[in-house]
Design a protein around this ligand. Sequence first.
Ligand SMILES: Nc1ncnc2c1ncn2[C@@H]1O[C@H](COP(=O)(O)OP(=O)(O)OP(=O)(O)O)[C@@H](O)[C@H]1O
Ligand SMILES: [Mg+2]
Length: 506
Amino acid sequence: MPGAAVELQGITKAFPGLLANDAIDLDLRAGEIHALLGENGAGKSTLMNVLTGIYQPDAGRIVMNGAPVRFASPKDAIAAGIGMVHQHFKLIRAFTVAENIHLGWPDTPFRTSAALLESRTRALSERFGLLVRPDARVEDLSAGEQQRVEILRVLARGARVLILDEPTAVLTPGEAAALVRALRGFVVSGYAVILISHKLDEVLEVADRVTVLRAGRKVATLRAAECSQAQLAALMVGREIGGRRRGGAGPRRVGPIVLQLAGASADDERGVRALADVDLSVHAGEIVGVAGVAGNGQRELTEVLTGLRPVTEGQVRIGGRVMFGADPAAFLAAGVGHIPEDRLRSGLAPSMAVADNAVLREYRRPPVARGALFRPGAALALARRIAADAHVMVPNMRAPVRNLSGGNQQRLVARREMRVSAQALVAAYPTRGLDIGAIDTMLRYLAEMRDRGVGVLLVSEELDELLGIADRVAVLFGGRIMGVFPAGEAEPERIGLLMGGRAEAA
Ligand SMILES: Nc1ncnc2c1ncn2[C@@H]1O[C@H](COP(=O)(O)OP(=O)(O)OP(=O)(O)O)[C@@H](O)[C@H]1O
Ligand SMILES: [Mg+2]
């Protein structure tokens, strides 16, 4: 009979103007996968940061093996066998997988040979069933691979309790399934996992028990086998919520082309061709979905369309005008907004204030600027409005934006970019990290933009989401467009084949 691996008793954590955790109890048993659910900002990451010694609780205690413990830092927590993989990766991009896994590990003499680190990495990888290439550089890895490295990094330090903060948000369905298998194997050997996720179907499939937080309080702990998605959703938001709204309003009159690639090619960071001879256009009043497995040119596609990356051949046109070179300011001036796939690296300046981040794209425009004059009062007022429109509660607009919860950062970037999308919006995975209610809101916003005559390019791996809202769907594979279909005629099976690179038979 497995006992409690860790108990949290009455954990309370306040930030200025906000009670993030309010007397939360949670017991984690050896051998279980325990899911932690809650809306954006409910306090999930904060609670886990308390458990791993990043934050000190204002009240309450952590108990292990019947005795209270104190973690002054993550080092203490990992020494006690508790390790966490964060919502935002913390690997060093220029180092290899093996170097990252062994970094700061006390029994690794730092000047040890690469071969030794790599063979140890290989052994770990096999032991836990998490596939990595020890000699690859982190900057060359897909999100899924980076995550496996993060997990191995924690396991290498002897973690017996593994905390994963939204691990599958950035994974392809195949990668997510492989991760779940590895976690299952992991708990079978007596370890324990806390899994934070917004995907209720996934939670019910993999978790043994589920704890739901709402506005900093614990609402319930339930056995997964005994609850439904609807029940969990209702517990999260505190009321019954309706089913998911679908788009698909049928054929619509669209306007002229606002965003266009003609014979466009582009290279990735390493100079390898990542987009090859792409023809794609988005009309005013239309949502074009881009389906495909991440890493097939999506990043480069969104970057050439927003002035972050030059084309090596072909043209980018906005509203019929040819754009030359990579010049984000020119694309902004032309009315193109961008929700990037990696909000913390390219969407936000993490250590800058919420207010500055919110008005980042409009600080040269009225009302924030009058001529060359910057008007701080107007900037703050606009920032407050953007935060309110994004449904983000910000106690202090001067606090760094990294203090916002992951989902709230995403909402803020999205709202800010929608405001500057006079012609077109390029949105990469805009629903990533959002809770279920916020996903609906985001999709509704995209539909509203379309109805106002904006052209929307929506990159997503969720085929259901794309087919539900897009007017046309383009499939991207190996940097090429494999086909473009009216959403109403697109068969998921056929799109799936194209996503895997299988061209159509006759
Ligand atoms: N260091 C901090 N300083 C001030 N406020 C913070 C800090 N960290 C978190 N908060 C606030 O505490 C609340 C809970 O945030 P937390 O990150 O725990 O939410 P979450 O449940 O993980 O949400 P999400 O699903 O969006 O990731 C939020 O309102 C957030 O802004
Ligand atoms: Mg979080």
